[in-house]
Design a protein around this ligand. Structure first.
Ligand SMILES: O=C(O)c1ccc(O)c(O)c1
Ligand SMILES: [Mg+2]
Length: 630
């Protein structure tokens, strides 16, 4: 696989862009004309920079409004092209992208366009250059790759070929089978982009909302499978116009881009095993059964607070690590590890972020294969020293610099609690509030990071993303999206904050980065759990009485149920398939949340309609400690 990315996809100046692109592992770059025009150096300087970075210049673009013009504009367009050919020769690239004309004076006509391209091809051939023709989805006369292909076919010149761009084809829902019958040697170049499903003007959608394959909602794998079926083995080039990426971190965006191409090609070889895909073998997407444990990094004082909270929620301390200052708390299938060791990564993480969930572990099909797949997708493996006889748990770095550990049932990793832990003295196993398992873990991050982490999880695991929901915080909007494993065992929610005054934004700024803000425990009977928590001296987050009046009216609840919800401060939601109950512990630290939930029937969501009222209650609770109101 030969990878490329258009310079327009990355933020920064040309020097910064090239450094980030090379570092992420790309083979080449498309020079987007404006990046060159803004660069204070000659084409030869750019050629040298690219060569020094080990990058081929795969293409120069775009050349606009060329075909179908009347004279004298037609002659001027050819003169303009010759000037660009000069630049290309100095840059050392042989391919120019000609996009279909949007000019109001372009006349249309397939043969006229074919004649123009044939003549341009002849001129390019004299200099050893090639012309690639692309149909813009909003082209004046040509807006469909099938018409562009017919023009290229009729131009019938060896130096004139077609450029396919997944966005233009998929945005117009053009039939993908039509790609499979194009001869591979006439496809000069392939550009790839995804986009979220939003109903808007094609040009605006394309110029502002494109994202990496896998980050959006378009069927890019089906497009790519059609391209691969032709035998095309040239560059796969990302061309991503995205407002957020323009302001993002060049390095992070480039890493995401490279990951998206590997994910895509791995996906199509699994979808269509007969296709030839030039990509090293890697383990298949990993199945996840659920969260094995969540680990806090803290100090003695923090550990005492966590112990108080966990005890009040019905957890018992059941184990101590054999060599480290680490406690294991348990209830049902929930394992919470509290790490107060004064060495190792957890301690460094505590020094930077304060008390926080620096790690969580997942039950996977195969822990070693998980790290192998993650590494193939550009994730960073995590390792640290372990004591003699202790398990080396496969792990990678995740959001906010945290760690994700992987366990499986087919190796010694399944015996982690017996090997690395010893029973705690005086443990009281009778303590329980009926909590059974971790329903989901919520990570909070800046909104600009969300697509990165969505791609991270959905590319490594057999998992998909749910649609975005907007959560209204009194101080701004927080965007929330869940990652769910295809078989339902894993649920992660990602929350993207736009500003620091939202509860999510406050958490990021005070804990110095993204991270786990929220753990939701499941119970089979929320009212029983609430009663037992009350007996243990637990005070839930108090909600407004106005909320309960509305819930009762909105869902037509029996007054008796509404009264019970109100009495226990339980939030309620319902959809076509089931019911949802939520109970919150008051916020802790800089806005960390423990939530207790019960799903009845087949309720699939996370209680998004309640989030606004819950956040308002949390902010009321936090205000004495300095949480800004709005
Ligand atoms: O938005 C544009 O004009 C534009 C230009 C060149 C391309 O390759 C493209 O896909 C879009
Ligand atoms: Mg394009």
């Amino acid at each position: 696989m030969k990878t490329s990315i258009a310079t327009v996809s990355i933020s920064g100046n040309l020097t910064e862009k090239l450094a980030a692109i090379a570092r992420a592992g790309f083979d080449g770059i498309e020079i987007f004309e404006n990046d060159f025009l803004a660069f204070d150096g000659s084409p030869r300087d750019v050629a040298k920079m690219a060569a020094d970075a080990g990058l081929a210049i795969t293409l120069y673009q775009p050349f606009r409004d060329f075909e179908g013009l009347p004279e004298p504009q037609r002659a001027r367009a050819f003169d303009r092209a010759e000037r660009k050919f000069d630049v290309m020769q100095e840059l050392g690239t042989d391919l120019i992208l000609v996009c279909s004309s949007v000019s109001p004076i372009a006349m249309g006509g397939i043969d006229r366009a074919a004649d123009d391209l044939a003549e341009l091809g002849a001129r390019a051939a004299k200099r050893g250059l090639r012309i690639g023709y692309e149909a813009l989805a909003w082209g004046r006369h040509v807006n469909d790759h099938r018409d562009a292909w017919e023009i290229v076919r009729r131009a019938d010149h060896p130096n004139v070929g077609l450029i396919l761009d997944s966005f233009h084809t998929l945005a117009r829902r053009t039939d993908l089978k039509s790609i499979r019958s194009i001869p591979k040697d006439k496809i000069f170049f392939v550009q790839l982009a995804d986009a979220p499903a939003i109903d808007m003007d094609l040009l605006y959608w394309s110029r502002h909302y494109r994202n990496m394959p896998g980050e959006g909602d378009l069927p890019v794998p089906a497009f790519m499978a059609a391209v691969a079926a032709t035998g095309y083995d040239g560059y796969l080039s990302l061309e991503i116009f995205n407002d957020q990426f323009r302001g993002g971190s060049p390095r992070a965006i480039a890493v995401d881009g490279h990951r998206s191409l590997i994910w895509l090609m791995d996906r199509i070889r699994r979808d269509e095993p007969a296709l030839k895909v030039d990509l090293p073998a890697m383990p298949a997407p990993i199945g996840v059964e659920g969260v094995a444990f969540v680990e806090f990094a803290t100090d003695k004082k923090g550990a005492a607070e966590i112990a108080r909270l966990l005890s009040a929620m019905g957890f018992s301390e059941v184990g101590r690590h054999v060599s480290k200052d680490v406690a294991l708390w348990r209830q049902g299938d929930i394992n919470i590890v509290v790490n107060t060791d004064s060495s190792g990564f957890a301690h460094s993480s505590f020094l930077v972020h304060g008390t926080s969930v620096y790690a969580f572990a997942l039950w996977t099909d195969d822990a070693t294969a998980t790290v192998e797949r993650a590494r193939a997708l550009g994730a960073e493996p995590f390792e640290q020293e372990v004591g003699p006889g202790e398990l080396k748990i496969p792990a990678i770095r995740g959001a906010g610099g945290g760690v994700i550990y992987f366990l499986d049932r087919n190796s010694d990793l399944s015996k982690l609690w017996d090997i690395d832990f010893a029973p705690a003295d005086g443990a009281s196993p009778a303590n329980s509030a009926g909590l059974t398992r971790i329903d989901h873990v919520g990570q909070t991050m800046e909104h600009g990071e969300m697509l990165s982490w969505l791609l991270f999880y959905t590319s490594i695991f057999r998992a998909h993303k749910t649609p975005t929901v907007d959560v209204i915080d009194p101080a701004g909007v927080v965007r929330s999206q869940a990652i769910e494993s295809d078989d339902g065992g894993l649920r992660l929610t990602l929350n993207g904050a736009d500003n620091q005054r939202t509860l999510a934004g406050h958490f990021i700024s005070q804990s110095f980065g993204s991270g786990v803000q929220h753990i939701a425990f499941a119970t089979d009977d929320i009212f029983e759990t609430a009663a037992s928590l009350r007996r243990a001296g637990f005070t839930p987050l108090a909600l407004s009485p106005n909320y309960y009046d509305d819930v009762e009216a909105r869902f037509g609840l029996e007054p008796e149920l509404a009264d019970r919800l109100r009495a226990e401060n339980i939030l309620y939601d319902r959809d076509e398939t089931g019911e949802f109950f939520q109970l919150y512990a008051p916020t802790w630290g800089e806005g960390f949340l423990f939530e207790i939930i019960e799903r009845r029937g087949d309720y699939r969501g996370y209680g998004a309609p309640n989030a606004t009222f819950r956040i308002a209650a949390q902010k009321r609770h936090m205000r004495p400690k300095g949480m800004p109101t709005a």
